[in-house]
Design a protein around this ligand. Structure first.
Ligand code: PMT
Length: 218
């Protein structure tokens, strides 16, 4: 691992889940622990980069020499990401599992359990990485895709639709890789090539992905 690979570069990483409030005590979220994104932040810092880690609600320690911005909702993650891109960064890596939808309204008070059924109306959250990739000040943009079937096909679709430079896909149908596990396995895809990073610890996988990004970003 080259400890000078990203010297002088600013890397921004989103990590963890987002939390979309229903009322003051309830929310919608997903299974992301933040481990993959935090491992990437540590690897990028070890490679000499200045690192900004935009983290959803997770219980992990901030890696050494990493600036952390805590956010809760997808809209907060969107704002923090666009602010960072506006100020200027070279590489943006989106490992966050952003909640695709949020409740249309957040109740001011705890909702009472008075009826058998309640109905939540949801509205789509902004697509953070697509906005970053469309920005005039566009960094080298790397997405993640977590799928349970047709992993490569769906990832290729996201690479194209979201106008990304690279996408790292993981199969989350089992429990040995992906969400919450300490290990992962990735197929990394770019417009005219791909590389398989076989099962390893998220720390190892992060170093390999950072190397690949540094090479492709040039
Ligand atoms: O946190 P861990 O427990 O370590 O688990 C890691 C992980 C499995 C969450 C991670 O490796 C991963 O795969 N993250 C992406 C999860 C996902 O399913 O993303 P997506 O298919 O919803 O979105 C594709 C890409 O667009 C991602 O880069 C995502 O961050 C981004 N996105 C999605 C929606 C949205 N509104 N804004 C976004 O930026």
């Amino acid at each position: 691992f080259d400890y000078d690979l990203l010297t002088g570069r600013h890397v921004v990483i989103t990590a963890g889940p987002t939390r979309e409030p229903i009322d003051p005590v309830r929310y919608l979220t997903n299974k992301s622990s933040g481990k993959m994104g935090f491992a990437l932040a540590a690897a990028a810092a070890e490679a000499g980069a200045r690192v900004t880690l935009i983290a959803g609600p997770v219980v992990l320690d901030t890696p050494n020499r990493v600036e952390r911005i805590n956010v809760v909702r997808a809209e907060d993650m969107y704002q923090a990401s666009l602010d960072a891109v506006e100020k200027g960064c070279d590489i943006f890596i989106a490992t966050a599992a952003v909640a695709d939808y949020r409740p249309t309204v957040t109740a001011d008070h705890k909702i009472k359990k008075s009826t058998e059924e309640i109905h939540l109306t949801l509205v789509k959250n902004p697509d953070i990485i697509a906005a970053v990739a469309d920005h005039a000040n566009r960094p080298f943009t790397v997405g993640f895709a977590a799928e349970t079937q047709d992993v490569i096909e769906y990832a290729q679709g996201k690479l194209k639709n979201k106008n990304l430079d690279m996408i790292a896909t993981n199969d989350v149908s089992g429990t040995d890789v992906g969400f919450n596990s300490d290990n992962n396995a990735l197929t990394v895809i770019w417009p005219n090539g791909h590389k398989v990073l076989p099962l390893a610890s998220k720390t190892q996988i992060a170093k390999q992905l950072i190397e690949l990004i540094a090479i492709r970003q040039g």
